[in-house]
Design a protein around this ligand. Structure first.
Ligand SMILES: Nc1ncnc2c1ncn2[C@@H]1O[C@H](COP(=O)(O)OP(=O)(O)OP(=O)(O)O)[C@@H](O)[C@H]1O
Ligand SMILES: [Mg+2]
Length: 386
């Protein structure tokens, strides 16, 4: 016989307003999502209720499957051949097999989320949930509620029935704390406590709930510098960065560009059911000259756009965004023009050329240079031109 407090049944009149209940059965503790459906007789009176209990962890799994909060990428989806980059991939693979916390550091679009998912799928937690939360995308007042959840009535505006936090949702799996650098300082202290104790307390509640979660954090800024500037807690930094993986920006691994271009073209043309087009040498040159501030994401978007504009034909310069062309042409123009030399050297060269052009006539050369004869003599002496 199951023994649990049934007082919550009163609030279960409307079907579709499920409650969370916990009870012990056969020496095991079960947490279930409970729905109640009234049984009414012909006169319309409620004679009883049908209770439908579903184990919470199964419901959570279903939610994750249908809301897309699972990890779909594997290490085989991470493309690159740059030795510095590959070293980080190797490090990630080793770290994946442990339970250590991992900190991924890399500029926007370098593949932090890709790494986090691949690590999860390579770990013993691969059958558990992968839950991501972006600390920058959520208003700071709500991060705490999102992470730890809350009880019904915990604050004004709190949802009826309470809210399950990401830590609970990620139980037996991985919690990806994206843009952790954006986490407010007061919350950093709370997070530190949770990481030390491996249990959370929902807002408005006092009961601690044990959680078994592997943390992968990501930052698009150098977190140690944030520590130095007192924007990030040092103790939390050391707790999160047991293994620190640094993903280099694309401009520092240009040897990966051709490979990535080929990979994205292959994948995108397969999706569009067209033949993979060629890329003109000029475009390749531009790709190598450009600095890619948006990193791999920018390259991927650029390829997608070019493929659409080229209609599946050879990808040429005109299929690239103006922004990229302007930047690259600006850089190339600087590269093509004569190198900058000290002003003195230029002056010496100019005087030499003027005297030559005037067949050694100093007065004429001075007039051409719009300086006095005596100044020209002085300069010639200075530069050893006599
Ligand atoms: N090495 C790679 N091989 C293949 N695809 C990659 C690689 N790196 C990044 N990508 C792709 O580039 C896109 C951006 O990657 P991701 O979202 O992981 O970057 P991010 O570092 O999390 O960026 P942000 O800081 O802006 O959130 C994704 O579509 C990802 O699949
Ligand atoms: Mg990301």
């Amino acid at each position: 016989m199951v023994d649990f407090d049934v007082s919550f049944l009163k609030s279960l009149d409307e079907p579709g307003s499920p409650r969370e209940v916990s009870f012990n059965f056969a020496r095991r503790n079960y947490t279930c999502i409970c729905n109640a459906y009234p049984i009414t007789n012909e006169e319309g009176f409620t004679e009883g209720k049908i209770l439908v209990l579903q184990e919470k962890k199964k419901v959570v799994k279903l939610i994750q499957r249908f809301s897309g909060s699972y990890a779909k990428f594997q290490f085989s989806d991470i493309k690159g051949k740059n030795p510095r980059f590959l070293k980080q991939v190797e490090l990630a693979k080793i770290a994946a097999q442990s339970n250590s916390k991992i900190l991924l550091v890399g500029e926007s679009g370098t593949g932090k989320e890709l790494f986090a998912q691949a690590i999860h799928n390579y770990s013993s937690r691969r059958d558990g949930p992968f839950v991501a939360i972006s600390c920058a995308a959520i208003p700071r007042d709500l991060i705490e509620a999102e992470l730890f959840g809350y009880q019904e009535g915990a604050f004004t505006g709190a949802r009826k029935g309470g809210h399950t936090g990401k830590f609970e949702l990620a139980d037996k799996g991985t919690l990806f704390l994206d843009e952790v650098n954006a986490m407010p300082l007061d919350l950093q202290a709370k997070l530190l406590r949770v990481l030390q104790e491996n249990e959370i307390t929902r807002l408005g509640d006092t009961r601690p709930i044990p959680v078994d979660v592997r943390i992968i954090a990501a930052s698009n800024v150098d977190l140690l510098r944030e520590v130095e500037q007192h924007n990030f807690r040092e103790d939390l930094y050391y707790r999160l960065s047991v293994v620190e993986i640094f993903i280099p920006p694309l401009r520092e691994r240009k040897d990966d560009i051709d490979l990535l271009v080929d990979y994205f073209l292959e994948r995108l043309s397969r999706d569009l059911k067209i033949l993979k087009p060629e890329v003109s040498p000029e475009v390749k040159e531009i790709f190598h000259a450009y600095q890619w501030p948006g990193n791999v994401r920018e390259l991927q978007n650029c390829i997608e756009r070019a493929l659409l504009l080229s209609g599946g034909k050879r990808i040429a310069k005109e299929h690239l965004p103006q922004r990229i062309l302007q930047k690259v042409e600006g850089n190339l123009r600087i590269k093509d023009s004569p190198p900058l030399v000290p002003l003195e050297e230029n002056t010496k060269e100019l005087i030499k050329r003027a005297i030559e052009l005037c067949n050694g006539n100093i007065s004429l050369a001075a007039r051409t240079l719009r300086i006095s004869r005596s100044t020209l003599y002085r300069k010639m002496k200075e530069y050893g031109l006599r």
